[in-house]
Every structure is written in structure tokens, then in C-alpha cells.
Ligand binder design. Structure first.
Ligand code: ADP
Ligand code: ASP
Ligand code: MG
Length: 501
């Protein structure tokens, strides 16, 4: 059995649904497959916006129409291109979920507030619709299709919007509910169920994690994540055009990379598959022949930095003051406060004088963090044992990742000189003791520069030279024309010449 997960980018249009069905059909001729699907691209964003704007009728209606239009278009296009497509089934599913959606929105509207467990029900509807549409497409090709309901086995903690699975319970429930699965089984990703039988969601982008949990429960031989790129690159290909594809990553490397922003994989995905030694393959739905990136158990042997990643929209919180020094339990109170509020800390640093603890969190959590720290340390703040809690917004983390960085001298020096070269000021630094990653916190507006220069210095042998011409008269214009004419010659000499005026 293999688990195949298709992300929103693989399900954005009717054409992509057909492509996905082809891949599933192909794979299912070799072994049984369990399919995990995300919502079609963009649909979850509309649902999230609806749950956030319940009192703004205009905005709510606009998002509701965009949501319906996105699904309708896929259904219309599938019925046009696939005569055997069971349109009725897909339409019925849309009507059913749309009706539920209106009920939830109405209820929340009456309360002028959308409780988190209702929000989870709302934002997970895109996945339900993907299952209805994909299973209707698959039924035109085979009658071996069944549905896996996440509520029947994917048990999580009681955190409605960023839940964590209880793997032992999930395995137990799965084995008792799905002893005999059909050759093709389809499951909506992103969804779990808590101890009170309420639906939870696994965090934005969380269908990757659903696939990992299902792979563990079904004892899959491989967990395949199908997306819109050929695999994991040594930097985000949207930011770095010269990023190169990696054919192999260890679990640890993949975990660090996804944790520090490589959105190709949700950070919670690797935990379960690493624990059960299940290999993970990242594949491109648009290019199934490409071998993809394998993520598995062996540490990478190459003695080098493997990749660079960036994470944006962060806030740095500083708790400092004379009261921090030598006082047992101050750090633990800071972190306990964050944990109580369910705020995850991305990076922590502490000055050796113990005067200051700084940590990075998502900016979305900043207001809550500030309020709860002020409450927790009310007395210390009043008595000037602590300085006012300070927050700095619009920050990013840039991280270098690689098993082979271990005991490699000069990596940090090269990283910091790259940042200096890019004129980037470093706000904070962290390195884990396994030396598998080094991270710096910097201003977000400088993030792309930092990524570009660091990528170039670590991975590229090409040099970029910026040429500025000031006051382009006759001579300058002729020089520009000459450079234009020289493009083919420059390229043939392995120069990578990108000329823009
Ligand atoms: P899906 O819809 O399949 O879940 P995502 O958008 O969540 O797709 O993830 C795929 C995207 O991740 C790619 O399009 C790419 O821009 C981005 N990405 C970020 N970092 C990396 C990286 N290091 N390697 C590959 N892709 C990356
Ligand atoms: N649809 C959800 C999201 O957009 C989950 C996922 O795509 O993995 O976050
Ligand atoms: Mg994704």
C-alpha cells in the first residue's frame, strides 16, 4: 500500500483533477493506494475569510460566491470533458456542503463570533468537496473506490485549528475500522477529530501531515507528496531562480527545512514517518516522470550545506531587565505563558548575562503574546524588575540546513560574511547543538537579498555583476546595444547573462 497526497496546486482545475486521476490509476495497477486530497487551490482561503468576516455581509457574500464559483467551474469543466462523469454526485455534494456552510455562518453571525470548533468545520469543507469530485472522476475509470473518513480514526488533541494526532490511538482505530480497504481509497486531508468528537483541523497546509498519519496507520511502504514542483530544491524556487533540485534528504534535514519555511512540506509531516521509518517521496503532478526527492533514514554523507530556507511574518519578543538575572524560574514562566496561550516559539535566544530572553513567534500571535506576558509579569513590570516588554515586527528567519554541516569549519563565517555582503543586519542567531542548522533573524525587507547572496556564495559558481550606466548618451546607448547584440555569445561562454534596462 502506498499513500499519495495531492495538494491544492494539483487540484486547482478540472484538467489537474484528470491528471491526478491518471496518476492514481497508474499507481493502483501496481499496488493498493490510499489517496489524501487538499482543497482545490485558493478554496481554503475563501473559507477562512468567511469565518473571519461573519459580520461583514458584503465581504462574506463575495467570498461565498468565489468559493462556489471555484467549485462550480471545476464541476462544469469536468462534465464537459468527461462524458461519464457523475455530475449529479458532485452537484449534490456541493449543495450539501454549501447548505451546511450557510448554517454555520448564520449561527456564528447570530453570535457575532465564530467559535474555533465551528471554524474548523467551515475551513475544512474544501477537502470534502475535493473528495466528492475526485471520487466521481475515479468512478468513471474503476469501481474499486472507497472513502476513508478521518473522523473515524484520526484522533487529535483538543486544539481545533492546529491539532496534533495521537498516533497510537489513530493506528488502533484505523485497524478496527478499515481492516479491508479497496484498491483505491480516498480521504480528505487537513481534518481530525478530538476527544469530544468535534472536528479539528491540522493547521494550514496540514494535509501533508494527514498523509503521514495515514501512512503510519495503513503501514504504507511509501508516503508520496504530489505537488507543483519536481521535488525539494536547495532554496524556495519562487525566491531563488537558480535553486537546484535535491535528490535526497534525511528526515532530519527535511524536518529542519520545513520547520524553517520550506512550504513544500508541512513541518509536522516528518515526525510520524520518521518514527515508523516510512520513506517519503516528493513528486510533481505536472511532471510525473521526474524522479522527485526521496526523504528517508540515512544521514546525508556529503560534508556541506544542503539548502537554505526562509520564514517570513515573524515578531521578536524581548523580555529583559534586572529581575531576569539569576532569578530561578523566569525563563520557565515566559515559556509557560506562551504554552498556555498555544503560541509556538520558532527560535529562542538568551544573552549569557541572563539579562534578556528573546524569542520569535508568528506576527499573528504577537498581540496575544504581549497581552499575556504583561499579565503574567504585572508585578515585576510595576516594580521595574523588568523593562517594558518589547516587540519587533516584520522579521524573517533565514536558515542554512544540512547534516554535513556537522564539524565543518567556516560555515557560520561564510554565512555571516554573505549577510554582511548583502548589507543585512542580524537581529538574533541560533544554532542547534547537532549543528544541522544555523538560523538568523533579520528584517523581512532584506530577506530576499540575504537569500540571494547566501545562495550564490554557498551553491552557485556563477558571479553576478551589476553594471550601472549613468547618463546614457551616444556612447552609453551604443554600449547597451553592444551588450544586447552580445547576448548569444555571452551565453555560449557559459555566462548567465540576464540583461535588463
Ligand atoms: P501544495 O498545494 O501541493 O500543497 P504548496 O504550495 O504547499 O503545494 O507547496 C509547494 C510550494 O512550496 C512550491 O510551489 C514552492 O514554491 C514552495 N517551496 C518553498 N520552499 C521550497 C523548496 N525548498 N523546495 C521546493 N519547493 C519549495
Ligand atoms: N486546504 C488546507 C490549506 O489550504 C490544507 C492543505 O492544503 O494542506 O491550508
Ligand atoms: Mg502544501
Amino acid at each position: 500500500m502506498r499513500v499519495l497526497k495531492f495538494g491544492g496546486s494539483s487540484l486547482a482545475t478540472a484538467e489537474r483533477f484528470l491528471k491526478v486521476a491518471e496518476i492514481i490509476k497508474d499507481k493502483s495497477s501496481v499496488s493498493a493506494v490510499a489517496i489524501v486530497v487538499s482543497a482545490p487551490q485558493g478554496v481554503t482561503n475563501h473559507l477562512v475569510a468567511m469565518a473571519e468576516n461573519i459580520s461583514d455581509e458584503t465581504k462574506l457574500n463575495a467570498d461565498l460566491s468565489s468559493f462556489k464559483r471555484a467549485i462550480d467551474t471545476i464541476i462544469d469543466d469536468l462534465s464537459a470533458s468527461l462524458p461519464a462523469f457523475n455530475r449529479h454526485h458532485a452537484d449534490q455534494a456541493l449543495a450539501h456542503w454549501e447548505n451546511k456552510l450557510r448554517q454555520y455562518l448564520q449561527g456564528a453571525g447570530m453570535l457575532s463570533y465564530c467559535p474555533e470548533h465551528i471554524r474548523a468545520l467551515i475551513i475544512s469543507m474544501g477537502e470534502r468537496l475535493s473528495v466528492a469530485i475526485l471520487s466521481s472522476v475515479l468512478q468513471t475509470k474503476t469501481d474499486e473506490v472507497s472513502i476513508i473518513e478521518p473522523e473515524s480514526f484520526l484522533h487529535t488533541n483538543n486544539v481545533s485549528l492546529n491539532a496534533v494526532a495521537d498516533l497510537v490511538l489513530c493506528k488502533e482505530k484505523f485497524q478496527s475500522n478499515y481492516e479491508n480497504l479497496s484498491n483505491i481509497a480516498v480521504m480528505p486531508g487537513f481534518i481530525g477529530v478530538d476527544g469530544n468528537e468535534q472536528v479539528t483541523t491540522l493547521g494550514r497546509n496540514g494535509s501533508d501531515y494527514s498523509a503521514a498519519v495515514l501512512a503510519v496507520c495503513a503501514q504504507a511502504e511509501c508516503c508520496e507528496i504530489w505537488t507543483d514542483v519536481d521535488g525539494v530544491y536547495n532554496a524556495d524556487p519562487r525566491v531563488i531562480k537558480e535553486a537546484t533540485l535535491l535528490d535526497y534528504l534525511s528526515y532530519q534535514e527535511a524536518m529542519e527545512l520545513s520547520y524553517f519555511g520550506a512550504s513544500v512540506l508541512h513541518p509536522k509531516t516528518i515526525g510520524p514517518i520518521a518514527q515508523y521509518h516510512i520513506p517519503c517521496l516528493i513528486k510533481n503532478t505536472g511532471n510525473p516522470q521526474a524522479p522527485g526527492t526521496l526523504i528517508a533514514n540515512e544521514n546525508s554523507q556529503e560534508k556541506k550545506v544542503k539548502a537554505i530556507s526562509n520564514l517570513n511574518n515573524l515578531t521578536m519578543v524581548n523580555v529583559s531587565g534586572p529581575g531576569m538575572k539569576g532569578m530561578v524560574g523566569m525563563a520557565s514562566r515566559v515559556f509557560a505563558t506562551m504554552s498556555r496561550e498555544n503560541i509556538s516559539l520558532i527560535l529562542i535566544s538568551q544573552s549569557s548575562s541572563e539579562y534578556c530572553i528573546s524569542f520569535s513567534i508568528y506576527t499573528a500571535d504577537a498581540a496575544q503574546a504581549e497581552m499575556s506576558l504583561k499579565e503574567e509579569f504585572e508585578l515585576e513590570l510595576l516594580n521595574a524588575l523588568l523593562e517594558p516588554i518589547s516587540l519587533t515586527n516584520e522579521l524573517s528567519i533565514v536558515s542554512l540546513v544540512g547534516d554535513g554541516m556537522h564539524h565543518q569549519r567556516g560555515v557560520a563565517a561564510k554565512f555571516f560574511s554573505s549577510l554582511a555582503q548583502a548589507r543585512v543586519n542580524v537581529v538574533a542567531i541560533a544554532q542547534d547543538s547537532s549543528e544541522r542548522s544555523i538560523s538568523v533573524v533579520i528584517e523581512q525587507r532584506k530577506c530576499t537579498d540575504a537569500m540571494k547572496v547566501s545562495h550564490q556564495n554557498f551553491f552557485s559558481h556563477k558571479q553576478t555583476i551589476d553594471v550601472f550606466l549613468i547618463g546614457c548618451g551616444v556612447v552609453g546607448s551604443e554600449l547597451i546595444a553592444q551588450i544586447h547584440r552580445q547576448q548569444p555569445t555571452l551565453k555560449s561562454k557559459t555566462f548567465h547573462s540576464k540583461f535588463t534596462v
